[in-house]
Design a protein around this ligand. Structure first.
Ligand code: SIN
Length: 475
């Protein structure tokens, strides 16, 4: 932490006394102890934000936009510190952390602009003495729970549309990565965003989850995390009929057709699989390769995988950092062991690593019903399955409860349209391994969630449509 240059950020992160200990996943060293709050305190904070929201929504969209733009600018001015904090507490290679800061900041700039376009509409009236119109209004207090894998971008992707829409926003970041959350919030305050409009609360996940989901003043709840937890939170939100957005688990297929550009497919596979050591909801989870290009793809892929460097995220040469916790490593190792026990073969260099590291692992002859293929791996493991027929492949790709992202490589335009249409996923990458951007809607179908973040859709998640009928008019 002593490399952080902005001393105000450092002071905001380092609090005295008892609280939550934050560790570096690279070497398990203690980074900081941060202040926590309990359920009753969170409930009080929600009430303060309810008051703050009333004034915030009265401000002009232009005014809110200016403050968001200032926040965006301050984040970019502090990019090196923020990236370093992300790497220290999350393990992500520094080059990826820098990318995350830019990605996270881009949502603020985007929604600063989109907030000025929250248009209503006029409706042709069925009677001449009435005028009908709709206006867009902020929902109210929005609460969110965000994950550790993108400790900055998953906050800004929710906070920026909420604030731009005129909502106030309260968030519980992951207890594994609270420092980035504290730092980015401090920059928001420096930008002039009021403290009764934006809050970060750190503490027990269960208690804060209850405070958010059962509180009648919270009108919107947004969650990024596992399907298991999302399902429970969604049920809790039902008690007060909240609007919800759920960005949940994925099981992304990555398909290589016989008409693909194989070099580009290999590059896309590496980018999509090993981003953040395989710990993203949209990481490719299972690879399907058509018969006639199978050998070529697998050989080139293994060559590329064996060039990847595993190590400390702060080293320039590192491509893959540690997994977030020892339990995460244990879970991924168990999946590999289970698949190998059922006949899967590792075809790249086998390396055993200490600490929280898992070496990149390429497996072939994997049975399709194994947990490695059916569940979300969240680690640098790449199971490959051979296929011959397109329809058979689509069936396998869709045979899952998840529907977040899918990827495929083909140079045939007919096939591109057909397969993109037939894949039951919220997002499809064609000849691309990384598709996330602030300008496009991010989200899933089936049990991968509901709602969209980013794009023009992202703002709608924080707006209500009010219909106004003006009657008794004379012409
Ligand atoms: C996630 O893994 O939840 C987000 C990934 C992304 O935004 O690309």
């Amino acid at each position: 932490m002593n490399h952080i240059k902005n001393k105000t950020l450092l002071a905001a992160m380092l609090t005295e006394g008892k609280g939550l200990s934050v560790f570096n996943p690279f070497d398990d060293s203690l980074l900081a102890i941060v202040k926590t709050v309990n359920q009753a305190q969170v409930e009080d904070e929600v009430l303060e934000l309810e008051v703050g929201q009333v004034e915030w929504q009265k401000r002009s969209a232009q005014d809110r936009s200016n403050l968001l733009k200032r926040w965006h600018q301050l984040i970019l001015e502090n990019i090196d510190d923020l990236a370093r904090i992300i790497t220290l507490e999350g393990g992500k290679p520094l080059k990826e952390a820098l990318g995350e800061v830019r990605y996270g900041a881009s949502f603020i700039e985007w929604f600063a602009e989109e907030g000025r376009r929250a248009y209503g509409s006029t409706i042709p009236s069925p009677s001449s003495d009435r005028t009908l119109l709709t206006v867009k209004q902020a929902i109210g207090v929005a609460a969110a729970i965000t994950p550790w894998n993108f400790p900055l971008a998953m906050i800004t992707r929710k906070a920026a549309p909420a604030l731009a829409a005129g909502c106030s926003f309260i968030c519980k970041p992951s207890e594994l990565t609270p420092l980035t959350a504290i730092a980015v919030t401090e920059l928001a305050y420096q930008a002039g965003i009021p403290k009764d409009v934006l809050r970060m609360v750190i503490g027990d996940a269960h208690d804060i989850g209850e405070a958010f989901t059962y509180h009648s003043s919270v009108r919107k709840f947004s969650f990024t995390g596992s399907t298991l937890v999302g399902r429970k939170l969604q049920m809790q939100c039902a008690s007060t009929i909240k609007r919800t957005s759920m960005e949940l688990g994925g099981n992304a297929p990555f398909v290589v057709f016989d008409d693909a550009d194989i070099d580009s497919a290999v590059q896309g596979a590496i980018a999509s699989k090993f981003r953040n050591a395989g710990q993203t909801c949209v990481c490719s989870n299972r690879f399907y390769v058509q018969d006639s290009v199978y050998d070529e793809f697998v050989e080139k892929l293994v060559t590329a995988v064996d060039k990847l460097t595993v190590g400390n995220g702060l080293d320039d040469s590192t491509d893959i950092g540690p997994l977030i916790t020892l339990q995460a490593k244990q879970r991924v190792s168990d999946l590999i062991r289970e698949a190998k026990g059922r006949g899967a073969k590792q075809i790249n260099k086998e390396v055993q690593l200490d600490g929280q590291f898992v070496a990149p692992t390429v497996l072939v002859d994997v049975e399709h019903d194994r947990p490695l293929v059916q569940g979300e791996i969240f680690g640098p493991v790449l199971p490959i399955i051979r296929f011959s027929d397109e329809d058979e492949m689509i069936k396998m790709a869709n045979d899952t409860i998840y529907g977040l992202a899918a990827y495929f490589y083909s140079q045939n335009m007919n096939r591109i349209w057909r397969v993109a249409h037939n894949l039951e996923y919220g997002m499809v990458g064609v000849n691309e391994g990384i598709i996330s951007t602030e300008v496009a809607p991010f989200g899933g179908v089936k049990q991968s969630g509901k709602g969209r973040e980013g794009g023009k859709e992202g703002l709608e998640e924080y707006l209500e449509t009010k219909y106004v009928c003006i009657g008794g008019l004379t012409n």
